[in-house]
Design a protein around this ligand. Structure first.
Ligand code: LMR
Length: 337
């Protein structure tokens, strides 16, 4: 035997005598990138998912969570997913237009959901599921809807009536519906990545914005906004998405465990979302740094009157049939204020 063939034989011996468990030592890695703080509904949901995946797969799959845009910002993270640089994301519904999928903007329509209960009739029902199919041609699988909460307007002057937003530069997520919403208030919409909002508010590049309380609080935007009005005029939630190629290449048993972990993480996130927002509202109050206004019945009616026409304005973009099916599912009547 030559020394070369001896070496090959040794290597082969080592390989075939290595127990399978040792070979499988390196866990399969899932990078899960997101743009919000760890102590938000999405941040907590992602951590919970990572923990359950590790437990369910005995460490064979590791989910690494990258919060707060540390890996990628809004638009970049979608590109990274399509390039296979990350495997999982949970972008807000307002960001799917960036992928050319407009239908998710239905969730951005102002006042379309009166409560989490109405919203869940859509997200947890057949309409929500059917929208996931729109992601398939993009090489993306939609796994679950995760809640955050209802958005409210903030600025550096009081916002009591729609006219108070006139001429204000308002940061929005990249959604045509949100653009139309701000225009309906005679405000000037400015699309901006989430990671840039705090600085933009601080420097006066924009005058105000809209957020669920958990985002306003954890990004410390209340330090650079003196007035918040609890308009709760629109919903902000997420779809957890995964790279289809990666997902389909997973061994069936592991994928099954990941699906179960996702169901658990979804139940958990949707249970804590409201609680987390309520808790952050209390912390905002205690901070004493921002005036919090709760609209009167008349003020709320005035916002609805100004904003509900956005539904019809956007119907051709989102799909009239889809809009009507959401109305039927929730019992929403656009003629009633
Ligand atoms: C935003 O950009 O305001 C949100 O989509 C951030 C988030 O992920 O909640």
């Amino acid at each position: 035997m030559t020394s070369r063939s001896l070496l090959l034989a040794l290597l082969a011996g080592m390989l075939f005598s290595t127990p399978l468990t040792a070979l499988a030592k390196d866990p399969m890695l899932i990078k899960f990138s997101h743009v919000v703080a760890p102590d938000t509904p999405k941040g907590l949901g992602a951590e919970f998912f990572a923990k359950r995946v590790s437990e369910r797969t005995n460490g064979q799959v590791k989910v690494e969570v990258y919060p707060n845009s540390t890996l990628y910002k809004d638009k970049e993270e979608l590109e990274a997913l399509q390039l296979g640089a990350v495997q999982m994301l949970a972008p807000s519904l307002a960001k799917f237009g960036l992928l050319g999928v407009r239908e998710f903007e239905i969730y951005d329509l102002p006042y379309i959901f009166d409560s989490y209960a109405d919203l869940h009739k859509v997200t947890q029902g057949p309409i929500g599921k059917s929208l996931f199919r729109k992601l398939e041609p993009k090489g993306i699988v939609g796994l679950a809807y995760w809640d955050n909460g209802f958005k409210s307007f903030s600025a550096n002057t009081p916002i009591l009536m729609p006219a108070d937003l006139k001429g204000k530069k308002m940061r929005i997520q990249p959604s045509k519906v949100l653009e139309a919403q701000m225009r309906a208030l005679d405000a000037i919409p400015r699309v901006m990545a989430f990671s840039e909002v705090y600085q933009a508010l601080k420097m006066g590049i924009v005058d105000g914005t809209e957020n669920p309380i958990s985002n306003l609080y954890t990004q410390k935007m209340f330090e650079v906004q003196s007035h918040l009005t609890m308009t709760e005029h629109g919903y902000l939630g997420y779809v957890v998405i995964v790279d289809q190629k990666f997902w389909e290449a997973l061994p069936t048993d592991l994928r099954g465990q990941l699906e179960l972990a996702m169901q658990e993480a979804t139940d958990y996130t949707n249970q804590i979302a409201k609680q987390q927002n309520d808790q952050d509202l209390e912390s905002l109050r205690l901070s004493g740094k921002i005036a919090i206004h709760v609209p009167t019945v008349e003020q709320r009616r005035a916002f609805k009157k100004a904003l509900i026409p956005v539904h019809q304005e956007m119907a051709s973009r989102i799909g009239e049939d889809l809009l009507q099916s959401v109305y039927r599912e929730t019992g929403f009547d656009p003629t009633k204020l």
